[in-house]
Design a protein around this ligand. Structure first.
Ligand SMILES: *Cc1c(COP(=O)(O)O)cnc(C)c1O
Length: 473
């Protein structure tokens, strides 16, 4: 690897992105006509030329999620180490489906995952694999839980079961569970929506009521999903209580900590995840708060034998395992051909050390607090409650859609919108370790300027400004 050149290129690109626009203004036609006119794949092109053009497209025709003022949907800034790792992986193209084809890759992943197994407080023999993302990790959880609860499921499928299996989630749970219920054949109605309290956390009394009611009605409850940082509002469900209830009721407890799970490495933050060590399985994404490029999810499971049962595979072209101390990932996950996903986390962790990572996570949490305080002090109303750097907010008479459009068009910041208990809100998440206090103060200042200019103000004033014929037309 030409690390020196790579480093200076990386730093140059990084600073150019930070100076440039965050949000593109482009139409599908514009991109399509460029592609059609330049790339018929008939004439050969110089690699330099294509790379330069692709880089230009990526600079101008996408949301820059690694920009310090991208306050978006958990997509992180990336470190040099993690980008170098991606290049090494592509270069050597290791196949991690089985152990013997890449002993190095397999053991590096295992070593890295063991670090988090210990942090989460799972047993040392817990099963762990890298996944494409949190959606695959959640899918793995449902398949393993189903197989564990209903031994006939694997051979005979759902139709063999006497009662319909049910999963308990809140309305704030990630949408992947709806697709998973569909894909596994459970059906989307197998998701039972449990009520949330005023801070959008799962309501234990309602969970108990739902499970009891379903049992009475002949359904077969088998799994409860607790979120450790919901996608919209960062809410953390009462993990300890859910864990206790699941043990009493013999239900599988899955914690979806796709984003928030990373907080486990911080002594200051880990108490917010109390009870996660009682989970049967955990989803955590390295490509969210652990700041490596997509895709890098992780699936952890306390019961290796249940994982082995769910993903067992006998293949004529693979030898039987001879060394009992090694696992072949194709028998413990949904994937066959497997990319060396874990190297980017390993390399970044080795370079920055655990302390570097803790610093990064605590810095982002602190920046979240700065944003929260500075919004509050200029008249914005904070709607959500979370210790993590995710702020949902609004103010009297705000048209959130219109306001967000202005925020993006003027390249002030990228934020998203969410709806909490039916209230439309602006949602800002500190997803970049590069975001500084100065960035935040500048963004809030600009937002206040927009408000002073009357942008995104309530519709009643707008109606007065719209000429009659425009309203009728
Ligand atoms: C992002 C997210 C997921 C999905 O993870 P992907 O890596 O995007 O597939 C699942 N659950 C939660 C809570 C998330 O925030």
């Amino acid at each position: 690897m030409f690390l020196d050149e790579f480093r200076s290129d990386f730093e140059k690109v990084e600073s150019e992105i930070a100076m440039g626009p965050i949000v593109p203004a482009v139409t599908p036609e514009e991109i399509r006509s460029h592609l059609t006119s330049c790339y018929d794949f008939k004439k050969k092109m110089a690699l330099e030329e294509v790379v330069a053009d692709v880089e230009n497209m990526l600079r101008t025709w996408q949301v820059q999620v690694t920009h310090p003022r991208y306050f978006g949907l958990f997509n992180p800034s990336v470190t040099l180490a993690s980008v170098v790792a991606e290049t090494l992986v592509a270069m050597y193209n290791p196949q991690l489906a089985n152990w013997r084809t890449s002993p190095a890759g397999n053991e590096i992943e295992k070593h890295t995952l063991n670090w988090l197994i210990a942090k989460f407080g799972l047993p040392v023999n817990a099963s762990a694999t890298f996944t494409s993302g949190g959606s695959e990790a959640n899918l793995s959880a449902v398949v393993v839980a189903l197989t564990h609860a209903f031994p006939a499921f694997g051979e005979h499928g759902l139709r063999h079961l006497a009662a319909l299996p049910m999963i308990y989630v809140t309305a704030e749970a990630h949408h992947s569970f709806n697709k998973i219920a569909h894909m596994t054949g459970l059906g989307r109605r197998a998701l039972r929506t449990v009520a949330t309290d005023s801070s959008l956390k799962l309501d234990m009394a309602d969970l108990k009521r739902c499970v009891a009611e379903d049992r009475n009605n002949g359904f077969a409850p088998f799994m409860v999903v607790g979120a450790a940082g919901t996608t919209a509002a960062g809410a953390i469900d009462p993990l300890l209580e859910i864990g206790r209830f699941c043990r009493e009721e013999n239900l599988w407890f899955h914690v979806d900590a796709a984003w928030g799970g990373a907080a486990i490495i911080s002594e200051k933050l880990r108490h917010h995840l109390t009870g996660i060590d009682t989970a049967d399985s955990i989803t955590c994404d390295a490509h969210k708060w652990l700041s490596v490029p997509m895709g890098a999810g992780m699936f952890f499971c306390r019961h290796p034998e249940a994982v082995a049962q769910a993903f067992r595979a006998e293949v004529s072209y693979m030898p039987k395992k001879t060394d009992r101390s090694v696992d072949d990932p194709y028998t413990t996950s949904a994937q066959w051909s497997r990319r060396f996903i874990g190297l980017k986390l390993f390399l970044a962790l080795a370079q920055h050390g655990e302390s570097g990572y803790v610093e990064m996570i605590e810095h982002q949490t602190q920046m979240g607090q700065v944003l929260r305080e500075s919004l509050k002090s200029s008249g914005w109303r904070i709607i959500n409650t979370t210790p993590f750097p995710l702020i949902c907010f609004t103010r009297e008479g705000l048209d959130t859609t219109q306001f967000l459009t202005a925020l993006r068009e003027q390249q002030i910041a990228w934020m998203s919108e969410a709806s909490l208990n039916g209230t439309p809100v602006l949602r800002a998440c500190i997803t970049s370790f590069k975001t500084t206090e100065a960035d935040i103060r500048w963004v809030v200042g600009e937002m206040n300027r927009l408000i002073d200019e009357g942008i995104g103000q309530c519709t009643s004033t707008q109606e007065l400004l719209i000429p009659a014929q425009a309203r009728n037309g």
